[in-house]
Design a protein around this ligand. Sequence first.
Ligand SMILES: [Zn+2]
Length: 376
Amino acid sequence: MPFFDTILRGGTVVDPGCGLHGRFDVGIAGGKIMSVAPDLPRADAGQVVNLAGLIVTPGLIDMHMHAYWGGTDISVDPDRDCLPRGVTTMVDGGSAGAYNFGAFRKLILEPARSRILAFLNLSTIGQVDVRVGEYSNLTWLDAEAATRCLEENRDYLLGLKVRLSRDAVGQNGLLPLEMARAVADRTGTRLMVHVGETDAPLSEILELLRAGDIVSHFLTPRQHGILGEGGRPLPAVRQAVARGVWLDVAQGRMHLSFRVARAAFKLGLLPHTISTDLSRYGMMGSVKDLPNVLSCFMALGLTLQQVIERATTVPAKVLSLSDEVGALRAGCSADVAVFAVEEGQFEFADSTGERVTGRQRLVPRLVLRAGVPVEG
Ligand SMILES: [Zn+2]
């Protein structure tokens, strides 16, 4: 019997977490990575897939997207819309709240071929309809229900999501964040906090965040973003980062400004993680998918290595999943993405309509989930 089920042969492996950037073979058996080495013996493999000229990365991790297809107006179908594009692990950013998480779990998370984890929305109703501010009615803010749901679903729930923009909170200001803070502390989980167009300045919001919490949409062009006087990042942002707060892109339809990104990058403030905040609207607009967002950040000056790191190694670390995903390390799940790096002139747009032209684009060519190829 062959030692490996599959050898992915001759591709350029880009795995920042393992310090790999070069030509390696990847040996897979039993759905796990077994070995990554310059020349694995072909005779030991059930099948050999030749990937010369292509980039081989750990399956991508999308830290923020919306997967509750059929349960909310914004969600995409994860197995159809994300997995074939190289995203093998995805994290739903609060589509479901305590009262509709049960159906999300049973109908989407459990049967999915993709690995999907989630942040629970503090509001019992979740993000069921984008026109409804889910924290505008205090009836839906139920700390007991959220606590119970988090405790009963620790296998899927990574923390608590709260959105602080005016359209979400109505007249309730920072009350949802204060309540979310208390629930996260009580359950020992992390917070994912949506900023931009808030009543409170960002510095007041950041004061309530601790090591391990996540700021979503940190490059937003909307009011109370990261830039202060003179277009420089606020000191409170650096202080939060120094405390261990993570900055996530979560591009979405409204949350990426190239102007803010350039100002931040110039002073060395880079995203920790690059995610899509993918919705079915964003999919049809400028977000498209995670490889497109990563290509956009290459057009903004990040290297291939840097964007892959921010969609594999770092999100795995942020979410405490590094033993399982985000690396092509022996023992990890054989979740693998293979890309062509196309050269040309490619245009990307931000949420304000500004455009940037890049010279490279990541195009998904092959995806393996637990060692098995995904049909696209
Ligand atoms: Zn979102």
